[in-house]
Design a protein around this ligand. Sequence first.
Ligand SMILES: Cc1cc2nc3c(=O)[nH]c(=O)nc-3n(C[C@H](O)[C@H](O)[C@H](O)COP(=O)(O)OP(=O)(O)OC[C@H]3O[C@@H](n4cnc5c(N)ncnc54)[C@H](O)[C@@H]3O)c2cc1C
Length: 427
Amino acid sequence: MEASTSARAKVAAAVAASDARAEPTPFSLELSDDQRVVRDWTHGFAEQVVRPAAAEWDEREETPWPIIQEAAKIGLYGFEAIAQFWADPSGLTLPIVNEELFWGDAGIGMSIMGTTLAVAGIYAAGTPDQLVEWVPQCYGTPEDPEVAAFCVSEPDAGSDVSSLRTRARYDEASDEWVLNGQKAWATNGGIANVHVIVASVDPELGARGQSAFVVPPGTKGLEMGTKVKKHGLRASHTADVFLDDCRLPGSCLLGGKDRLEERLARAREGTRAKKQAAMQTFELSRPTVAAQALGVARAAYEYALDYAKQRVQFGRPIIENQAIAFALADMKMEIDAVRLLIWRAAWMGRTGQAFDAAEGSMSKLKAGEVAVWVTERAIQILGGNGYTREYPVERMHRDAKIYTIFEGTSEIQRLVIARAISGLQIQ
Ligand SMILES: Cc1cc2nc3c(=O)[nH]c(=O)nc-3n(C[C@H](O)[C@H](O)[C@H](O)COP(=O)(O)OP(=O)(O)OC[C@H]3O[C@@H](n4cnc5c(N)ncnc54)[C@H](O)[C@@H]3O)c2cc1C
């Protein structure tokens, strides 16, 4: 009798536990209806408009304005679009859109998404009024779209952004900022409607003596330098930008003068309060860039998978050889692992979690390296065809390489992660 009561209790407990498991849990990798709709809509644009035009714009090495216009017309390019993607409380929509668009083509994708870098700069440093004033001007209108540029790097300051030489001097008499210097490698540099320039206000303070400025359309003293001829991402415009006594209204200092004075005073006292805030900002944007690399990797993998099923050698499709099939299995596994790192970091950023182990950098590092590796494997699977411009995987490989270089090289990402996990100033 005792035993049967106890057995009944155990069964009841097991039933209760299984009921509890049927309840929705807070963790889910299932996308919402809204996320699926945006993903499929972006994919449709990437498949029907971007992918068919990719080879042409890569060869032309020009900004694909007609495609930017198409994107603006359907609402994929513009400040409302970016606000809608950013509004997703899970943080996943922005990476999902980037993955799909860059699946279409990375060069064209960067021509469409490059503006987001400048917008992120305004968002990170600007006041709400400055956001309202400048973000729409970054994009222009659906009828007449514009692009924007975010200019930090210089010929002698790439990874080491603390050593910027571009100077910003305040002219009290006219309430103007005067910028002088040279920016290197700026995406959309010189063709942008709005340039966001990071310059040094107090060189002795290194990175903490720097500020971001908006250069309004048509400002005198800003000139485009040489347009760079690149290995990949060739539809995206990259150029030097020269600033020669470039005068800006005082209101173009992002964040305003009071905030700058406070920040400089803190830096002179040696207070370290803002270090974490700057780190959080970088970690926030890295999953989006990582998602671009993921799109390129997935495109190359899918192409190679289809090819391997069709290409016959020795009387059977080449995929029936383990050497090829296992390579594809590894490619798929790495791609899915990258996506999980990206979604984790994007969710952490959107929900305000601390990036204690530099999870944003992890996603960018892994995505860049996987994109280079997967696209190289795809060329191998296509053999001689993979090496020609008749097939898209060689372009994807050229495009993928940038993701181990810009927005922080792979070495710099490792440095950031190593410092975060160790708490030490690893060199
Ligand atoms: C296509 C393209 C678009 C770009 N777009 C923009 C843009 O829109 N805006 C912008 O501001 N910049 C842009 N950049 C610049 C880009 O961010 C820099 O190229 C990048 O940060 C690396 O700087 P660097 O080229 O000067 O290389 P360097 O800093 O000179 O690095 C050279 C090598 O040394 C390694 N290295 C450097 N320091 C260390 C260290 N401490 N430990 C270990 N290794 C180290 C690097 O990892 C790299 O392998 C773009 C670049 C390209 C190519």
